[in-house]
Design a protein around this ligand. Structure first.
Ligand code: NAP
Length: 236
């Protein structure tokens, strides 16, 4: 992926950082984006040829600023995401809106920023990090699941809109991956999850990054509108 620039959101840690590392190892110039600038600076220093920019996906002004100086982006990985779990009956509107704004609207606005350049180049890769719960549903996560299901709908619609411009749009749907997001979950819940995973272990951020790197590559040129589950068989 020489001469390609990849913009990865949520690259300060977890799956996004692993994606940035994998894409850089494949030859991309990588732009790491998230809110925590200290973490970004540290991560970028360890990735040759990379740079970083602050972005808050919940703010359209911040998205505007972040892409203003990003230059041409060939590969966009919409990975940043948050959870604000709770039962729907008691869920505050703020918790609903914050999750939808960050996970779904932020991804859409980022896509809008990179599309003019991709259309002009007649080459582009958009990879949205969804989740298996976006397909299966999950009690206590109505907001998160709606955002992740929304990303799948967005992926499929854009794949149809943009195919004629040689831009592919795909989603990666992780299962249970060991990161900060899952680190604080109660052990009881983790044990019951493990029982539902045919491969009998949790996934690693690098294993999701490998799928993202593949979808960004030339080898994946004829794959678009696909949802690639990286879940150890937890959802099929
Ligand atoms: P994580 O460790 O919590 O990392 C989340 C990343 O998103 C961080 O880099 C964070 O950076 C960034 N982020 C959060 N809010 C942001 C905002 N408003 N603007 C910009 N960046 C923001 O989570 P992860 O496990 O790596 O998850 C990455 C993606 O995979 C998420 O979309 C998640 O929903 C999805 N996923 C994860 C799992 C799993 O089991 N871990 C399963 C399915 C799907 P800052 O805090 O520095 O902004």
């Amino acid at each position: 992926m020489i001469n390609r620039t990849a913009f990865v959101t949520g690259a300060s840690r977890g799956i996004g950082l692993a994606c940035a590392q994998a894409l850089a190892a494949a030859g991309c110039r990588v732009v790491l984006a998230a809110r925590d600038t200290a973490k970004l600076e540290e991560a970028s220093a360890a990735i040759p040829g990379s740079s970083w920019v602050r972005i808050d996906l919940a703010s359209s002004d911040s998205i505007e600023d972040a892409f203003r100086n990003a230059g041409k982006v060939d590969i966009l990985v919409n990975n940043a995401g948050i959870t604000r779990d709770g039962l729907a009956m008691r869920m505050k509107k703020e918790a609903w809106e914050e999750v939808l704004a960050t996970n779904l609207t932020g991804s859409f606005l980022a896509i809008q920023k990179v599309l003019p350049g991709m259309v002009k180049e007649r080459w582009g890769r958009i990879i949205n990090v969804s989740s298996i719960v976006g397909q299966a549903g999950n009690p206590g996560q109505a907001n998160y699941v709606a955002s992740k299901a929304g990303l799948i709908g967005l992926t499929k619609s854009l794949a149809q809109e943009l195919g004629s411009r040689n831009i592919t749009v795909n989603a990666v749907a992780p299962g249970f991956i060991e990161t900060d997001m899952t680190g604080s979950l109660p052990q009881e819940l983790k044990d019951s999850m493990l029982g539902r995973i045919p491969l009998k272990r949790f996934g690693k951020a690098e294993e999701v990054a490998a799928a993202v790197r593949f979808l960004a590559s030339e080898e994946a040129a004829y794959i678009s509108g696909h949802v690639l589950n990286v879940s150890g068989g937890m959802y099929m």
